[in-house]
Write a protein that binds this ligand. Structure first.
Ligand code: PLP
Length: 217
């Protein structure tokens, strides 16, 4: 696989689903990858990347941005409130707003900093105890709270359970977004991004299919 292969598969899936060309944004998930692989994708011209950890991203992206210019950086992993300020300074988009307390912290810091990244609310569509995200039953209230706080809410994000058909989860996320008037849908990874696009994904998060397998964390 390569960046170009993934881009063509996204274009084909957009066409198949009757979506406009370019409707889906490809986030290249570079967590844990060796710098040389990330640099190769930057040299190929890609400028949208995702990371799971604030600390890891802070170690590599300021340098890459110095060399390659503006890069749109997305935080995909869980965010502790004590790292929220650093995350807001580093990332353009945060996909893992998963609890009211974090939303309130982001709103307070946005006042202080004078800017706020675009935000996705993460929904735990499979209600898995070990997984982050607001439960589906609490999603409407969480979205309302983000809006009351004046946060720049772009949409919803999910990570379906590994051992289940992802379609039902993508559809559930799309339904919650529709009934709340949200258009952004961050869903689909290496193994299922075409299915996610068929269900309306606007942001797919693809790691190993672009960079190769990840070796340990
Ligand atoms: C690691 C990760 C991805 C990318 O996973 P791949 O299977 O390598 O494509 C996408 N989203 C999140 C939240 C991740 O943690």
């Amino acid at each position: 696989m390569s960046l170009q292969d993934i881009q063509s598969r996204i274009a084909a899936a957009e066409a198949q689903a009757g979506r406009a060309p370019g409707a889906v944004s490809l986030i290249a998930v570079s967590k844990v990858q060796p710098d040389a692989r990330v640099r190769a994708v930057l040299e190929a011209g890609h400028r949208v990347f995702g990371e799971n950890r604030v600390q890891e991203a802070a170690g590599k992206w300021p340098g890459f941005r110095d060399t390659f210019g503006p890069v749109e950086l997305h935080l995909l992993g869980p965010l502790q409130t004590n790292k929220a300020r650093q995350a807001m300074e580093l990332f353009d988009i945060i996909h893992s707003v998963d609890r009211p307390k974090l939303a309130r912290t982001l709103a307070r810091l946005a006042q202080e900093l004078g800017h706020c990244p675009g935000l996705f609310v993460q929904v735990n569509t499979g209600a898995e105890p070990q997984k982050a995200g607001i439960l589906p039953a609490d999603a409407d209230a969480m979205i309302a709270e983000c809006r009351a706080l004046d946060l720049p809410l772009l949409g919803l994000m999910c990570i379906p359970p590994v051992d289940e058909d992802a379609s039902a989860h993508f559809q559930m996320l799309a339904d919650i977004a529709t009934r709340n008037g949200l258009t952004g849908l961050s869903m689909g990874m290496s193994d299922d991004f075409e299915t996610a696009i068929a269900h309306g994904a606007t942001h797919v998060r693809v790691g190993s299919a672009i960079f190769g397998a990840r070796h340990s964390a």
